[in-house]
Design a protein around this ligand. Structure first.
Ligand code: SF4
Length: 135
């Protein structure tokens, strides 16, 4: 059930929300954005082959290009911009955000291999170490 839910999230171009900052299972991360692009691109490619074949006109290749931009690249760009904005706020307002074990791309603690949130700090602050940029 969870896999189906994730696939539907990817296909529905979900942009995530501030709720992701409070969830230890964020809908949008860098990984989900990349998977979304790959999945949507594959579907667009398959559909394009079919459409171009039906039209019997190879010069209609631009349909695939347009579809890729409209349904894969642009939504991913929007998702990524929104994700970056949310992560900037997340890093400012959480202990994990200033820790060297925090991976912002995945909203992840690399030490515990768990998603962190504004309400869930896996180490409880005990393993916090400053980022090198803060030293
Ligand atoms: S070690 Fe602790 S403070 Fe650092 S990212 Fe992991 S959970 Fe957050």
């Amino acid at each position: 059930m969870k896999i189906l839910e994730k696939i539907s999230n990817l296909l529905m171009f979900q942009e995530g929300s501030i709720d992701d900052s409070y969830s230890s299972e964020p809908v949008v991360t860098t990984g989900s954005i990349i998977w979304g692009v790959l999945l949507r691109s594959l579907i667009i490619m398959l559909l394009s082959f079919f459409v171009v074949e039906q039209l019997s006109d190879r010069s209609a290749w631009w349909i695939a290009f347009f579809g890729f931009w409209l349904f894969a690249a642009y939504p991913a760009y929007k998702q990524f911009m929104q994700f970056n904005k949310r992560m900037a706020d997340f890093q400012e307002s959480t202990l994990c955000g200033s820790c060297k074990h925090f991976n912002s791309g995945g909203q992840l603690c690399t030490l515990y291999d768990e998603h962190v949130s504004k309400e869930h700090i896996p180490c409880g602050g005990e393993d916090w170490e400053p980022k090198e940029s803060l030293l």
